[in-house]
Design a protein around this ligand. Sequence first.
Ligand SMILES: NC(=O)c1ccc[n+]([C@@H]2O[C@H](COP(=O)([O-])OP(=O)(O)OC[C@H]3O[C@@H](n4cnc5c(N)ncnc54)[C@H](O)[C@@H]3O)[C@@H](O)[C@H]2O)c1
Length: 254
Amino acid sequence: MLSGKLAVVTGGANGIGAATARLLAAKGASVAVFDREAPREDFGAHHFPVDVTSRESIDAAFAAAGTPDILMVNAGTAEEQDFLDHTAGLWERTLAVNLSGAFHTLQAAARLMKARRRGAIVITASTNSFDGEARLTAYNASKAGLLGLLHTTANELGPYRIRVNAVCPGLIRTRLTEAQFSNPDLLREYFRHIPLGRGGRPEEVAQACVFLASDEASYITGATLCVDGGQMAGKFGTWTESRAEFSQGEWRLR
Ligand SMILES: NC(=O)c1ccc[n+]([C@@H]2O[C@H](COP(=O)([O-])OP(=O)(O)OC[C@H]3O[C@@H](n4cnc5c(N)ncnc54)[C@H](O)[C@@H]3O)[C@@H](O)[C@H]2O)c1
């Protein structure tokens, strides 16, 4: 289905990016992983050591990898700190990777795609693009900023037949969220607010990313697709002990 296509995945060495890179490869794409770290398993992807905070590093990798048909703008980082204690360093580090890194990656790729008059770009935003989860000021601001990047680039790149969309994952089990997933009391309360009663797997986000990048999404651009078990659809919580129980990391009806 994707044979003959080159897909670049930033942050493709771990978590959501790795699952997406693996799925793209399974569907026949040639996959280039742009990451500071090397992929943990060999599924045929080519690794380019890239730091997305450096435009030179991004440009050099595209010069070596070639013009992508598909770009996953996914590299990201998150650190918790109370707003009043947020340091300038934490703010700048987070914005440099999550927002400026996305700008540079997307612009470098779009300049190449423009000549071909086609391309599909998927940004990994977040449910935090919409909501202000406490202790994540810099992260939330970076993810909200990605929506500005999404809407503007979808607008400007549409004439070149380049589509730009975003996935907005909820709580997905990766190393970024290992602290939450190893705390059952926290999960019980968190997942009360998730209609599907559980956290997500990287592979479930990868399916949405690959759909948005594929020709099946040919008339979709500028869209955000939440992959969050319904978290953004509710307000006052779904699950109570009166009809359900929380065990093995998920809520189930009795
Ligand atoms: N896990 C979640 O619950 C969740 C929810 C919403 C959004 N996200 C977003 O999904 C994306 C992937 O996160 P994940 O959970 O898979 O985390 P992860 O830590 O497993 O993977 C992130 C990847 O990005 C790479 N990376 C970080 N800084 C980089 C840099 N400067 N240059 C190049 N590569 C860099 C890391 O090496 C790593 O491979 C991030 O943008 C994150 O904000 C995650």
